[in-house]
Design a binder for this molecule. Sequence first.
Ligand SMILES: C[S@@+](CC[C@H](N)C(=O)[O-])C[C@H]1O[C@@H](n2cnc3c(N)ncnc32)[C@H](O)[C@@H]1O
Length: 330
Amino acid sequence: MSTNKELKDVLELGRIFWDSQVFLTACKLRIFDYIKKPAEVFYIAKKINCDVRATNMLLDALVSLGFVGQKGKKYAVKSKYSDFLLSDSDKNVLSILDHYYHMWDDWGKLTNCIKTGMALEKKVSIELKRQFTKSFITGMDNLTKFQKERVLNCLDLKGVKKILDIGSGPATYLREILKKNQNIMATILDLPDAAEVGKDFVIKDNLEKRISFIEGDIGEVELDNNYDCVFIFQVLHALNEKTRNLAVKKAYNALNRGGKIYIHEFFLNEKKTFPRENVIFRLNMLIHANGGDNLSVKEIKNLLESAGFSVKKEFIFKKPATVLIEGIKT
Ligand SMILES: C[S@@+](CC[C@H](N)C(=O)[O-])C[C@H]1O[C@@H](n2cnc3c(N)ncnc32)[C@H](O)[C@@H]1O
């Protein structure tokens, strides 16, 4: 029997995207930067170049959502959120929030994707595409910097001298490894726009002499065959089945005998109904990557074994729910 609780659940879920848009709009406008210290609406509206009345509404909404405090006529970001929401904080996650904001219109077209089974054909200018890629790749670093240790602690890099990082993005893991292991060199393979952002991260860490770049699609590029270790971290979900198989086979061929592959992925259970965030993320791939999909742990292992790898270890992490799988070219 349906009760008022179910009614509340249904109506709340149907409208929750309004809350989300209030928050993402505030982040996109960088409004929190101007309420680091208590400030009045006229000052804030001027700083973000927006209408005063509308800015007032937005600020009041942020108060009701719990991100902003209000004293008299002044508003200030709650200090417990400032690390994550202020541009000048090392811990800010504004790029990933911009990335979510950029996906807003795409998600509005989910119905079309469900009907056709195809990803959206996005027509944006080259400049805008670059901007989107910058937020996406920098956003990956925003997220990974908080969870990198759990993955890094599980990697066995004994004897490894040369790493290939396929779809490296901001190279968050790789940069950390190279900083700690002076004898390791690496190659990054990524799509051209993403590689451009990746290079900035590499240069900032003074690692450009130890990392070379291949700009291209894993489905199309030729690779050397002298690597000791290959990473494919959070990339398989963006590839269609054919390219996924090809990517893992190419990784196999690129490795020396005894070399290791590490796959890090958002995983699904066998029924593909859990964990919730990954099940929803799957639809993000439906919208953005033709043929892209999340796999179960068993499917990832099968993929590795079909390419010739012996699967040795797996590590399951919670929140975000990911799996790290180690395969060896025996
Ligand atoms: C979600 S990001 C993961 C970045 C990084 N590996 C990490 O775990 O933080 C996915 C990366 O895969 C790259 N990528 C997607 N499709 C690719 C393809 N066909 N060939 C090469 N790289 C690809 C993207 O450009 C992006 O850098």
